[in-house]
Design a binder for this molecule. Structure first.
Ligand code: AMP
Length: 210
């Protein structure tokens, strides 16, 4: 199974990716998590990405395409993978095709901008392992502590209200056209994301025929 998750920031791609990844026993490749790890470690990619990520803009296509090409060549991707947050532009989608990647489906999580803004204010991320929580919908067992590694839960800089608005506008302009790109190829499936995680998962499993 090679799956692409599309959807606005905060639509629930990361959460669904983690669930489907366990279910299908394939890795999730989250470009956002890879970039945040690179930024934390101060690598050349991280230094390049920081100003874009912190201001809610897209990191240049060539940086992303390089990261993903390298990651897909790793052993654990042999039986499939879930791409979470990539592609985000038509050139990125084109680059995947040019690299011979033949996906099974692009699943788009549909949700209104208003619901996103409400959700983002409650989002928390483990500063050590990147696992995502929500103070109401997916609370950690112990407040402000990661269930998996005990790391501190923080609010991402790019989840601040002004940055969220910028990211939504970038999403509509640059990423939403990908729905048409994959619909033309007969790969697009859509799922309502405004419901609970359980309902979203059920709809996704049905849409993907899992
Ligand atoms: P995410 O965690 O997927 O919401 O990504 C966080 C930020 O990382 C985005 O707002 C972008 O600045 C950057 N980013 C992640 N994936 C991509 C991508 N495929 N193309 C460009 N920028 C990306």
């Amino acid at each position: 199974m090679k799956l692409i998750l599309l959807g606005a920031p905060g639509a629930g791609k990361g959460t669904l990716a983690e669930i489907l990844s366990r279910m299908c026993n394939i890795p999730t490749i989250s470009t956002g998590n890879i970039l945040r790890a690179a930024m934390k470690n101060g690598t050349p990619v991280g230094l390049k990405a920081k100003e874009y990520v912190d201001s809610g803009k897209l990191v240049p296509d060539d940086v992303i395409i390089g990261i993903v090409r390298e990651r897909l060549a790793e052993d654990d991707c042999k039986n499939g993978y879930i791409l979470d947050g990539m592609p985000r532009t038509i050139p990125q989608a084109q680059a995947l095709e040019d690299a011979g990647v033949n996906i099974d489906a692009a699943l788009s999580l549909e949700i209104s901008d208003e619901a996103i803004i409400e959700r983002m204010t409650g989002r928390r991320v483990c500063k050590d392992c990147g696992t995502t929580y929500h103070i109401v919908n997916i609370p950690p067992k112990v407040e402000d502590k990661c269930d998996k590694c005990g790391g501190e839960l923080i609010i991402r800089k790019d989840d601040m209200p002004e940055t969220v608005k910028e990211r939504l506008s970038v999403y509509h302009k640059e990423t939403e056209p990908l729905k048409e790109f994959y619909a033309e190829r007969g790969k697009l499936k859509t799922v309502e994301s405004s419901s609970t995680v359980d309902e979203m998962t059920k709809s996704a499993v049905k849409a993907l025929g899992l």
